[in-house]
Design a protein around this ligand. Structure first.
Ligand SMILES: Cc1cc2nc3c(=O)[nH]c(=O)nc-3n(C[C@H](O)[C@H](O)[C@H](O)COP(=O)(O)O)c2cc1C
Length: 320
């Protein structure tokens, strides 16, 4: 390729990039991409067509409406090249079901490109939308986003059926917690959760997994703190309320605020207030990891939950 052609190509890449990423005119990419263009994420291995790439640009621009992208360097040698870039924008609309934080973010990436007759046939991108969320401190569990095999040939390969997994889960006994927070209007919010687990004592870390469709989820996602209340054997009705979609789940309850404002439910077997440290994105759920800031426990025995039913823990038979 002649020197002048390389310079022309660099100018075109800059112009088209600006059109697509900064102005949303993604059809401008058509002049730059070959007909069988492929964009491969170096992180996830996912391959996208030109149309899928345009759709992703539009999704990202919708989430970051003030997005500006700068090409820092373009290197071209033979039929290969590299584009180094960074983007800045404010996270104002949901992205991949992740609620916006309102925070500004700067993210960097580099694209290894393969050229065919002066057009880009393939890009290998060291960046994807997960990287952008990671730059906001919102990490993804990449295993949750792995593509599923399309055909399940037998029960010995791939993954167990949903029924087999449910049968396994039914054999696991847990307590029940109510996870609480306050929403933007200062209203107490909460839901029943049995995915609570203690991560470590030192540092004092705990986790809960919350479904993204939960009406409590957006408020919880924005919160700096959450309350976790272990339900006692006397709180069967309270569990019912917090496993429902009732408009005001706290209306009939006695509760108080923890030091950081999280609602703590009176009569619980125990309650903690947790500073939320991590919000790991799984596909349908977010894993919240938090550092315990205060803890209170009563003498009341906890509720037991097994296979969709609740049990009294008072008269358990000890095996030792
Ligand atoms: C025993 C029990 C355990 C539950 N555990 C969880 C859980 O770990 N994570 C979750 O997202 N939902 C869990 N749920 C379901 C929610 O409590 C339920 O979907 C609730 O209606 C959500 O309310 P919301 O949409 O108002 O937030 C559990 C429900 C019950 C009864």
């Amino acid at each position: 390729m002649q020197q002048i052609t390389i310079e022309q190509l660099k100018t075109e890449i800059r112009a088209v990039w600006h059109e697509a990423w900064d102005s949303g005119r993604t059809d401008a990419l058509d002049s730059l991409f070959t007909d069988d263009y492929q964009r491969v994420s170096a992180n996830s291995g996912r391959t996208m067509t030109a149309e899928e790439t345009k759709a992703e640009i539009n999704e990202i621009r919708a989430a970051f409406p003030d997005l500006t992208t700068t090409i820092d360097h373009i290197l071209i040698e033979g039929d290969q090249g590299a584009i180094y870039w960074h983007s800045e924008g404010t996270f104002t609309q949901p992205l991949n079901d992740v609620p916006p934080t309102g925070q500004p973010v700067t993210t960097h990436g580099s694209n290894l490109i393969r050229l065919e007759e002066g057009r880009i046939a393939r890009e290998e991108v060291t960046w994807d939308a997960h990287e952008l969320l990671a730059d906001l401190g919102l990490k993804s569990l990449s295993s949750a986003f792995e593509a599923q095999p399309e055909v399940v040939t037998d029960d010995l390969s791939g993954e167990p059926s949903a029924d087999a997994l449910k049968a396994f889960n039914r054999q696991f006994i847990t307590g029940v917690t109510v996870v609480t927070t306050t929403d933007e209007d200062g209203k107490p919010r909460g839901l029943a959760v049995n995915s609570y687990n203690s991560v470590s004592l030192d540092p004092p870390l705990v986790l809960v997994c919350v479904q993204k469709t939960s009406s409590t989820y957006p408020a919880l996602f924005r919160s700096t703190h959450m309350g976790i209340n272990i339900m006692s054997r006397n709180q069967r009705d309270t569990i019912g309320t917090f496993a429902s979609k009732a408009a005001d789940k706290f209306a009939e309850l006695d509760w108080h605020k923890g030091a950081s404002g999280s609602p703590l439910i009176d009569g619980s077997a125990a309650s903690i207030e947790v500073e939320i440290k991590e919000r790991f994105q799984a596909l349908t759920h977010t894993v919240f990891i938090g550092r315990v800031r205060s803890a209170e426990a009563s003498e009341d025995e906890p509720m037991i939950y097994k296979a969709g039913r609740f049990f009294d823990s008072e008269d358990l038979t000890s095996l030792n």
